[in-house]
Design a protein around this ligand. Structure first.
Ligand SMILES: CC(C)[C@H](C(=O)O)[C@@H](O)C(=O)O
Ligand code: SF4
Length: 465
């Protein structure tokens, strides 16, 4: 067989058996665990007298509830403290490697696994978290799962899953200056819709993607789930292998590993269920105006009017106009912002912070804007400080915080209040997402978030000077 996709090859290599239901029992190479979706799963395991089957394939950290300012224990929030204790105890009693606060390796689960070389091509990865699709950037098949599936993986290292169709999404050509991976994925989701990927794995390809760094590829794959796809991946190549070489958990015999990694790439004549092609030149710095990640527009476009939208998008647009209190037909540029947040598993890596610092340098955050930068992991924080990025941020008036999910979903003290508007480098703009029932989120790239912080309003970062 020479016409298989990476998805087919990895799926077949991990198939234990076909279940009577028709689903596949799939072996999971790496199970990532965080504090929010694991406590109940561990309890269910205990109730049945079971232990974690493969502790060596299980790695735990804390990210969602971690305060990014005052990390003293016990946490001020009792529920957060309880979750923290639960994961500490569960990790210890099951011999699971656990990266706690101050370990030097703690951080957002989707940031730490790649940076330690745990995420590798050809793997199956699962985590009780929807943005597990991030790991597909390495040519892994990575699924977000629910708590009962977390239990299943802890107990059996397998999952019952239905096979997906594969859509190849090609992006070709040069991106315009000031257009980043975040803009590419916001553009793709805008065009294909937030449900367009249901039933699919997304394979991202084309010259634009091939030229991207691992960090940019992670930004793309991270948001596959926001486009409805169950997972997203990019075929591994020299950029992937170079990134992995020498990392803590990467194979010691690099050359041999590369041979295996090369063999799992999609065949040149692989057959896809669907193919979509985009031209990089059509992509603008993109900002969301609504309440789904698909409601994005180029920085110089007006907020769409109802009449300009296809029938199928009108109901959600009406809901968005009402919630966002923005005027259809008026420009998004110039929209006043209250809070600016750079961070999250989409855009909280070292490259993102380098870009943010480059834009911030020599400027000051506008009065009345609260702006803060949250590194995705303790390692990212350390690296940023070694490069002096923290000083650039602080001199410009940004707060420099500890690692965690922070205001991406505000299960910690970082929250919007009232109907504040945030410019955010995260991945979800759902109603109430950032901690206030009427808080409003505009998704954009880190460069655009920093530009918004400086001007106090949505700005084209390229015009900042
Ligand atoms: C808390 C967790 C289960 C959730 C997820 O699954 O994605 C969170 O990470 C999010 O981004 O909404
Ligand atoms: S950073 Fe945001 S999207 Fe990522 S895991 Fe944390 S809460 Fe979820």
């Amino acid at each position: 067989m020479s016409e298989r996709t990476l998805f087919d090859k990895v799926w077949d290599a991990h198939t234990v058996k076909i279940l009577p239901s028709g689903q596949t029992q799939l072996f999971i190479g790496l199970h990532l665990v965080h504090e929010v979706t694991s406590p109940q799963a561990f309890s269910m395991l205990r109730e049945r007298g079971l232990k974690v089957l493969f502790p060596d394939r299980t790695v735990a950290t804390v990210d969602h509830i971690v305060p990014t300012e005052n990390q003293a224990r016990p946490f001020a929030d009792d529920l957060a403290e309880e979750m923290m204790r639960a994961i500490e105890n569960n990790a210890e009693s099951n011999d699971i490697r656990f990266y706690g606060i101050g370990s030097g390796d703690q951080g957002i689960v989707h940031v730490i696994a790649p940076e330690q070389g745990l995420t590798q091509p050809g793997m199956t990865i699962a985590c009780g978290d929807s943005h597990t699709s991030t790991h597909g950037a390495f040519g892994a098949i990575a699924f977000g799962i629910g708590t009962s599936q977390v239990r299943d993986v802890l107990a059996s290292q397998t999952l019952a899953l239905s096979k997906l169709k594969v859509r190849r999404i090609e992006v070709n050509g040069d991106l315009k200056p000031g257009v980043y991976a975040k803009d590419v994925i916001l553009h793709i989701i805008r065009k294909l819709g937030v449900k367009g990927g249901v039933g699919y794995a997304y394979e991202y390809a084309g010259t634009t993607i091939e030229r991207m760094s691992m960090e940019e590829r992670m930004t793309i794959c991270n948001m596959s789930i926001e486009g409805g796809a169950r997972c997203g991946y990019i075929n591994p190549d020299r950029i992937t292998y170079d990134y992995l070489k020498g990392r803590d958990f990467a194979p010691k015999d690099h050359e041999n590993a590369v041979k295996w990694w090369e063999s799992i790439k999609s065949d040149p004549d692989a057959v896809y269920d669907d193919v979509v092609v985009f031209d990089a030149a059509d992509i603008e710095p993109t900002v969301t105006w609504g309440i789904t990640p698909g409601q994005g527009i180029g920085i110089n476009e007006p907020i769409p009017t109802l009449e300009s939208l296809p029938e199928s998008e009108r109901a959600i647009a009406k809901e968005a106009y009402q919630y966002m209190k923005l005027t259809p037909g008026s420009p998004i540029k110039g929209t006043k912002v209250d809070v600016c947040f750079v961070g999250s598993c989409t855009n909280g890596r070292i490259d993102d912070l380098r870009i943010a610092a480059r834009v911030a340098k020599g400027h000051k955050v506008a009065p009345n804007v609260k702006a803060f930068i949250v590194p995705g992991s303790e390692r990212v924080k350390k690296q940023a400080e070694a490069e002096g990025l923290d000083r650039i941020f602080v001199e410009s008036g940004f707060e420099w915080r500890e690692a965690g999910c922070s205001m991406c979903l505000a299960m910690n003290p970082d929250k919007l209040s009232g109907d504040q508007i945030s410019a955010s480098s995260s991945n979800r703009n759902f109603k109430g997402r950032q901690g206030s029932a009427s808080g409003r989120t505009l998704l954009m790239s880190p460069a655009m978030v920093v530009a918004a912080a400086i001007k106090g309003e949505v700005t084209d970062a390229r015009e900042l000077g």
